[in-house]
Design a protein around this ligand. Structure first.
Ligand SMILES: Cc1ncc(COP(=O)(O)O)c(C=O)c1O
Length: 369
């Protein structure tokens, strides 16, 4: 009997492993495994979401016009160059679907966001990984991986899970060093947490790519992090006209739900919530980092809403594995990093003050064993 077969390469995909919730724990549980918003969802978004309930029988506006206009007004962009998706994951997927095929490759950093690799595999394309320096993307190493079959170079800035970032100047150097026909995707999922002056979330590179006529750079953004709407699935891209046109051809006609559009519009105007979330993150991230360092963990300076800590001693892999298991017994889940070529590291999302306290106290208990 011959069964239907997926395209070559699909069977080899190791599916993305999402952060798991604690199960079987009799007490309050704290999920610090998925870089979710520490302060919950934007209150304005929640209100709009509830108000949308009576309209759920109506198809959404397929172009998400009001949301694109709200984003354009908020960030000083052209609404017709924004494409919305069910999470930025969908945007990344659409880019791969449109620009990759068998025999092509993508280039990404060794410890870059693993979804790029998975999506490329789904299109029959391979991945070329560039080594990093100090767990930071290395522009020269990335450029060195590009060959005649490279179609897309993905960079998350700041990157998940390392929390490191490169400057606007370095990002521009990456674009300059790339062939014109290679698409550069700047994934700025954590842009709102950044506080560097020389940070470029990607807008100016997209503008430059339009200006030169090369139309080869895209910026992706999400509502899942600082806006707290991960469960709703909402993201967007800022693209040159020809790429926006392509994405609008390959996306589903109603890819963003009516409730996501309405909640998204409200979230974009919720500056107070975004500021609070950013302040909370900065404060708590510094506290978590200091405390972990005090307990003997090597922790870099993160630009995201999470920290990455290396296991201690001569057996760091065993140390983080034991730590993760111990935290589960205290109702806390964090994330193992084996899928990112970092089996000796653990990623801990910054949660509410209470969640961070519980997590830090449990780690301290573990470290004193
Ligand atoms: C770097 C990066 N890009 C993209 C995403 C996808 O976010 P979403 O699909 O929720 O918009 C994530 C989520 O963790 C991420 O860390």
């Amino acid at each position: 009997m011959t069964r239907p077969q997926p395209r070559p390469g699909i069977d080899e995909i190791k599916p993305y492993v999402p952060g798991s919730a604690v199960t079987g724990f009799d007490g309050p549980v704290y999920k610090l495994a998925s870089n979710e918003s520490a302060l919950g969802p934007s209150p304005k978004a929640m209100e709009a979401y509830e108000a949308a309930a009576g309209k759920l029988h109506i198809y959404p506006d397929g172009s998400a016009r009001v949301l694109r206009e709200a984003l354009a007004a908020r960030y000083g962009l052209a609404p017709e160059l924004i494409v919305c998706g069910a999470g930025s994951d969908e945007i990344l997927q659409l880019l791969c679907k449109a620009y990759l095929g068998p025999g092509d490759n993508i280039v990404m950093s060794r410890h870059g966001f693993s979804v790029y690799h998975i999506l490329a595999q789904g299109c029959g394309a391979s991945t070329k990984f560039a080594e990093e320096k100090n767990l930071t993307a290395d522009v020269d190493a990335l450029l060195a991986q590009v060959d005649e079959n490279t179609r897309i170079l993905f960079i998350a800035n700041p990157n998940n899970p390392t929390g490191t970032a490169i400057s606007g100047e370095e990002l521009a150097r990456l674009r300059e060093g790339l062939r014109e026909d290679v698409l550069l995707v700047v994934d700025a999922a954590y842009a709102e947490y950044m506080d560097w002056v020389d940070y470029d979330e990607g807008t100016s590179l997209v503008r430059a790519a339009i200006g030169t006529g090369a139309e080869n750079t895209v910026m992706t953004r999400t509502f899942s992090k600082i806006y707290g709407l991960g469960g709703l699935r909402l993201g967007w891209a800022y693209c040159p006209p020809s790429i926006a046109e392509v994405l609008n051809k390959v996306r589903g006609p109603f890819n963003v739900s009516l409730s996501a559009i309405e909640a998204g519009v409200a979230a974009v105007s919720d500056d107070e919530f975004v500021d609070d979330n950013r302040d909370h993150n900065r404060r708590e991230r510094a506290r978590v980092t200091q405390r972990l360092r005090g307990l003997g963990f090597e922790v870099g300076d993160s630009h995201g809403n999470f920290v990455l800590a290396k296991g201690r001693g001569d057996a760091p892999v065993e140390d983080v594995t034991a730590l993760i298991e111990f935290l589960k017994t205290r109702g806390v889940t964090v994330r193992q990093m084996g899928g990112y070529f970092l089996p000796d590291y653990v990623r801990i999302s910054i949660g509410s003050t209470e969640a961070n306290d519980v997590c830090l106290n449990a780690i301290s208990e573990f470290a004193s064993q």
